[in-house]
Design a protein around this ligand. Structure first.
Ligand code: AMP
Ligand code: MG
Length: 341
């Protein structure tokens, strides 16, 4: 299949691909998505084929505004509207009970559906022009780090999708926050661009799903089937080193073998000269780390690196999302460098 390259001005041809049941690479503020008509089971099935995604991993429905919620969801709690007023359009996905119009292909047979109104103006314009809810996961091959620019998505999807729209690099860089509003208290299933602290300021108590911070045990049942899958991982094994940035950098420097690579904060790059290295941004600039984390992980797949050591921000604010993506890429292989200097 030839994958058509579209520009941000090509709203009508992009919407047409969705309307005729095709697959479209769509820029969003979080990561590039792989979109299809969310009411067309056959189109949605092609998303799973293109990504090699397990069938029991549900997709998110993207809508242009909160007033589309009633079309697809029922028993919507007041909190959903409060969150929408505060954080939509933006990187927040709400899990709600769905109406029967939403196909099982989108929800993986669950009685809930993930709903999001994205902030990227090109993305919203395409959805509005198509006049459809757009089902979309991230635009990577299943298991690989998510794409945060058009070139990264083409690396995985060229020839497998009908078109892709260039909306520039993603400004958030990690996927949306997922909050399950069908439980009391609401439960954070995935940290992302809207922080836990922001959610708590609106909702009060928020439960954090154990899968956010640790590996699920063999007998444990994750809240949603998709949460059990290995994610975001480069080919080489990753070790995350937490702790004060200086201590973590020194720990890595001491343990680094020839052929190993490093993901580090900018300040510590000189320590790793001569090694394959990706810089995450300044240790204090977490938004920049979020924008770079997936690109850093993807970059190593083009090298013959043996092992990757990664510095990691603290789990506060947006740091929880960056730390979660690095930890998942590492299969939660995490070391804490205490006062190691
Ligand atoms: P992706 O952005 O590629 O990770 O795909 C969408 C994410 O949303 C996956 O992690 C899904 O597990 C999650 N998701 C979608 N629908 C639901 C749902 N009804 N309940 C829980 N998680 C969901
Ligand atoms: Mg994904």
């Amino acid at each position: 299949m030839h994958t058509q390259r579209l520009s941000a001005a090509d709203i009508a041809p992009a919407a047409e691909i969705l309307r005729r049941g095709g697959l479209l690479g769509i820029p969003t503020e979080t990561v590039y998505g792989l979109g299809a008509n969310g009411l067309n089971s056959e189109a949605v099935a092609h998303i799973f084929e293109a990504k090699g995604r397990p069938q029991d991993n549900p997709l998110i429905l993207h809508i242009p505004s909160a007033d589309w919620l009633e079309r697809y969801c029922e028993d919507i709690p007041e909190a959903a509207y409060t969150l929408a007023r505060r954080f939509w359009p933006g990187p927040l996905t709400m899990i709600l009970k769905h109406k029967s119009i939403v196909p099982a292909a989108v929800t993986a047979g669950l009685d809930t559906v993930g709903m999001r109104c994205p902030a990227h103006p090109v993305c919203r314009a395409i959805i509005a022009a198509a006049d459809l809810p757009v089902a979309a996961p991230s635009g990577n091959t299943s298991g690989r780090p998510s794409p945060t620019n058009m070139a990264d998505m083409l690396e995985d999807m060229d020839g497998k999708i009908d078109g892709i729209v260039d909306g520039g690099p993603c400004v958030v860089g990690v996927e949306s926050t997922i909050i399950d509003l069908t439980e009391q208290p609401p439960r954070l299933l995935r940290p992302g661009g809207i922080t836990l602290e922001q959610l708590e300021s609106v909702l009060g108590e928020v439960a954090v799903d154990p899968a956010v911070t640790r590996l699920m045990g063999a007998g444990e049942q994750p809240r949603a089937p998709g949460m059990k899958y290995r994610h975001y991982a480069p080919k080489a094994p990753v070790t995350v080193v937490q702790g004060a940035p200086e201590a973590a950098a020194r720990y890595i420097q001491t343990h680094l073998a020839p052929g190993d690579g490093v993901i580090c904060f900018d300040e510590y790059a000189p320590l790793f000269e001569g090694h394959l290295m990706e810089q995450l941004g300044p240790s204090t600039d977490i938004p920049e780390q979020a924008r770079r984390v997936f690109d850093a992980l993807r970059w190593f797949d083009g090298t013959d690196v043996q092992r990757i050591w990664a510095q990691c921000p603290d789990a506060a604010g947006l740091g929880l999302a960056v730390s979660n993506r690095l930890s998942k890429a590492a299969g939660f292989h995490i070391i804490r460098a205490e006062k190691f200097c």
